[in-house]
Design a protein around this ligand. Structure first.
Ligand SMILES: *[C@@H]1O[C@H](CO)[C@@H](O)[C@H](O)[C@H]1NC(C)=O
Ligand SMILES: *[C@@H]1O[C@H](CO)[C@@H](O)[C@H](O)[C@H]1NC(C)=O
Ligand SMILES: *[C@@H]1O[C@H](CO)[C@@H](O)[C@H](O)[C@H]1NC(C)=O
Ligand SMILES: *[C@@H]1O[C@H](CO)[C@@H](O)[C@H](O)[C@H]1NC(C)=O
Ligand SMILES: *[C@@H]1O[C@H](CO)[C@@H](O)[C@H](O)[C@H]1NC(C)=O
Ligand SMILES: *[C@@H]1O[C@H](CO)[C@@H](O)[C@H](O)[C@H]1NC(C)=O
Ligand SMILES: *[C@@H]1O[C@H](CO)[C@@H](O)[C@H](O)[C@H]1NC(C)=O
Ligand SMILES: *[C@@H]1O[C@H](CO)[C@@H](O)[C@H](O)[C@H]1NC(C)=O
Length: 642
């Protein structure tokens, strides 16, 4: 782009005398990728080479601790904590304005004030525009990113590291003379005015107008950066943003012509972030309260005792009460103790026609459908876990019955059987899950695992995740079941691990470290989940599974993904890997993201696997992008892929 660059230089030379004194307000031009305006590229240097400066950043569900924010902005978490009077570990509520101390320097040949950071692209479909506008909230500009990175605009891919020039400035001689020591880059929120911002920092509104070359009647806009001259360090108390009443409109990037083909991905990402934020906030408020107090560590009570003390009590309290402060007690109350003959009647004497699979029977209890599972021996662990768990994507245990040495567990009923039935049954050609249903189920399972690992009290490892244990309800939502092998995570903070000599599980889903060393960590669920995603994508069997090409063998599905995603033509290979029952009706970009996260989940080394919270995040983005995907635009998206 020699022409714009030349033009820039020209404008730059002309405008230097003017901009030397103060910085020009960029208004809404930061995310504009196409048109070059001088102030967009950065604040032009004056005689000061380097100075202490501040940025503001609004916390969100991705960046919600001083550590993650300081990593994003290349500051230090201790400095960020200090500047905001928060602890390093504290989760910052969304939309809190955080001040971030940085060193601002005069950089490179361009002589722009900037603070460098590095960002590694990690989502398929990210563009210079999305990085500038969404990830960095306009602290950097699309033009400056294009200017200071060598990657072609249309050729960004996951894993590339971008140089991020963050907009900052040092005080001019004039400002120093007036006693200003720092310039803070402030992100304007909806509804703010120069004078309301001046109040926050206790400065004269006129000094802000001067610093940004604004006159008193110039408009300012939300989502644009404003320089605030400060005589002292910015206030330490967290500044609450005048939070927008509703989520910002998801207008497609008007200036992002370079990314137009991927617009829907960006929009999807934003919708995803917003949805995710809401979900997380809800979960957060429900669960964080409980987590703050160490969970009352009950000695796993002998189930028999519980039964005795509650034998007479037939309660119909719902499980939701288990989230109340006296969770444990209520949880026990919430389980119904059934009479054996009621179950007999409800299942037509455990007759063949009511048999779902194995020892699981369909029951009709007072008109409600339920599933009854017959188990021998000690099932206290499954009861103890499920009675305390309340999550829409984990199958609910409503009660139990003990009769002649067997335990009968009564669960909520999932109308559509298991994922395994849908993906691998004989007639899976006639009954096929759509792309959307698959993504939704993957998202649901990730949600459940995230809850289990991070929010359940105490946290658990499922240990036996597989498509057979993922049930599908009437609305095609996924529900994780079968907690017979689940274990309490001993030490949730240090990811403490446990060893077992009793390795049980299903071939193809078991993580290598578990098979080899009996190591039990949350990462074994992540591995199994990766395999489930691969099943969702390919419809293949977990072992030896290319039913469609007739290639049978001992190859594990978890190892095929590497061949698919490596080397040349990975997208073509992915197309070949996908379940032919989908008949090509899926967005390849999103399928690629799914395959990529699955690949990371099934990494041999457990430390290379992502945490389930990260996996959940990625799936929630894919899920919301899928909402935007219109199957009828399939041909369009396929053209743009090739
Ligand atoms: C905080 O951020 C992490 C990822 O960076 C995310 O997993 C977690 O859910 C977030 N928590 C809240 C309360 O937003
Ligand atoms: C920092 O926070 C603590 C409580 O969290 C409060 O007592 C103290 O006054 C705060 N300091 C400043 C400078 O705001
Ligand atoms: C910031 O990055 C730019 C572009 O990579 C480089 O020219 C400049 O020297 C860097 N500045 C600092 C202070 O590292
Ligand atoms: C982070 O900031 C420092 C200055 O504070 C700079 O020297 C360094 O190059 C930056 N790191 C990256 C990765 O840009
Ligand atoms: C695009 O990126 C890929 C790998 O990231 C590289 O092999 C290819 O040469 C790039 N294409 C262009 C036009 O730069
Ligand atoms: C990006 O940076 C990370 C960490 O600094 C490094 O491991 C990775 O190899 C870099 N990627 C590229 C493509 O340079
Ligand atoms: C410096 O600031 C004063 C106000 O304090 C203003 O009148 C004057 O024009 C400014 N000088 C320059 C060169 O901007
Ligand atoms: C940049 O992001 C903001 C907030 O997320 C959004 O309201 C705005 O429309 C985006 N800008 C463009 C040009 O899309």
């Amino acid at each position: 782009m020699p022409c714009p660059t030349l033009l820039t230089l020209l404008i730059l030379i002309i405008s230097i005398p003017k901009t030397l004194s103060q910085q020009e307000y960029v208004a809404l031009r930061q995310p504009d990728c196409e048109h070059t305006y001088t102030p967009t590229l950065g604040n032009i240097c004056n005689s000061v080479n380097s100075c202490q400066s501040y940025l503001t950043f609004k916390s969100n569900s991705l960046y919600n601790t001083s550590t993650s924010i300081s990593n994003l902005l290349n500051s230090s978490s201790s400095l960020v904590s200090q500047s905001n009077n928060i602890s390093t570990l504290q989760i910052i509520p969304a939309d809190t304005v955080i001040t971030v101390p940085v060193t601002c320097s005069c950089s490179g040949n361009n002589k722009y004030y900037q603070h460098n950071s590095t960002y590694t692209l990690n989502i398929v479909g990210e563009t210079y525009f999305s990085v500038a506008n969404y990830t960095y909230q306009t602290l950097t500009s699309c033009q400056a990113l294009i200017d200071q990175n060598t990657y072609p605009v249309r050729n960004l891919s996951v894993g590339l590291n971008l140089t991020i020039p963050l907009r900052c400035a040092c005080p001019t001689k004039n400002q120093t003379d007036q006693g200003f020591k720092y310039l803070l880059t402030y992100l304007i929120s909806r509804g703010e005015t120069v004078s309301s911002i001046a109040d926050i920092f206790s400065v004269d509104p006129q000094s802000i107008l001067d610093a940004n070359e604004l006159s008193s009647d110039s408009p300012i806009y939300a989502f644009s950066p404003l320089s605030i001259p400060l005589k002292t360090e910015p206030p330490k108390n967290i500044i609450r943003a005048a939070s927008p009443p509703e989520s910002p409109p998801q207008t497609p990037p008007s200036g992002g012509g370079s990314s137009s083909s991927k617009k829907w991905v960006i929009v999807g990402v934003v919708v995803g972030v917003v949805v995710f934020l809401i979900v997380i906030l809800a979960v957060f408020f429900l669960c964080f309260y409980k987590r703050r107090r160490p969970p009352p560590k009950l000695p796993p009570p002998a189930v028999q005792k519980l039964w005795d003390s509650h034998a007479k009590k037939v309660s119909s309290t719902t499980q939701s009460s288990s989230l109340s402060s006296e969770g444990i007690r209520y949880a026990v109350d919430s389980l119904t103790k059934y009479k054996f003959h009621d179950l007999q009647n409800a299942t037509k004497f455990f007759g063949e026609e009511n048999k779902i699979k194995g020892s699981v029977y369909r029951a009709s209890l007072k008109g409600d459908d339920a599933a009854v599972k017959i188990l021998k021996g000690d099932v206290s662990s499954e009861i103890n876990i499920l009675k305390r768990i309340n999550h829409a994507n984990i199958i609910r245990l409503s009660g139990f019955c003990v009769y002649k040495g067997n335990t009968y567990l009564v669960y909520e009923f999932a109308e559509n059987n298991s994922l395994d039935d849908w993906l691998h049954s004989e007639n899976s050609n006639s009954m096929c899950l759509s792309w959307f249903q698959r993504v939704q189920i993957g998202y649901d399972v990730a949600d459940a695992l995230n809850y289990l690992h991070n929010y359940a009290n105490p946290p658990h490892v499922h240990k036996n995740l597989k498509s057979e244990n993922i049930l599908i309800d009437g609305k095609f939502r996924g529900k994780v079941s079968n907690f017979g092998l689940a274990r309490v995570m001993e030490n949730e903070d240090s990811e403490g691990f446990q060893l077992t000599r009793h390795v049980v599980g299903t071939q193809g889903y078991m993580a290598p470290e578990y098979i080899e060393n009996g190591l039990i960590t949350p990462k074994m669920d992540v591995f199994a989940f990766g395999v489930v995603i691969l099943e969702l994508l390919s419809g293949r069997e977990v072992v030896g599974g290319d039913k469609n090409n007739g290639l049978l063998g001992d190859q594990l599905l978890s190892s095929t993904v590497n061949e698919v995603l490596e080397g040349e033509n990975d997208r073509e290979k992915l197309r070949g890997f996908m379940d032919p029952n989908l008949r090509g009706e899926y967005p390849l970009d999103l399928a690629y993201s799914m395959a990529e996260i699955a690949k990371r989940c099934v990494a041999r080394d457990l430390n290379s696997r992502p945490n389930v919270s990260e996996v959940f995040m990625v799936l929630s983005k894919i899920q919301s992008s899928t909402l935007d995907w219109d199957p009828s635009s399939r041909s369009v998206s396929q053209v743009s892929d090739s």
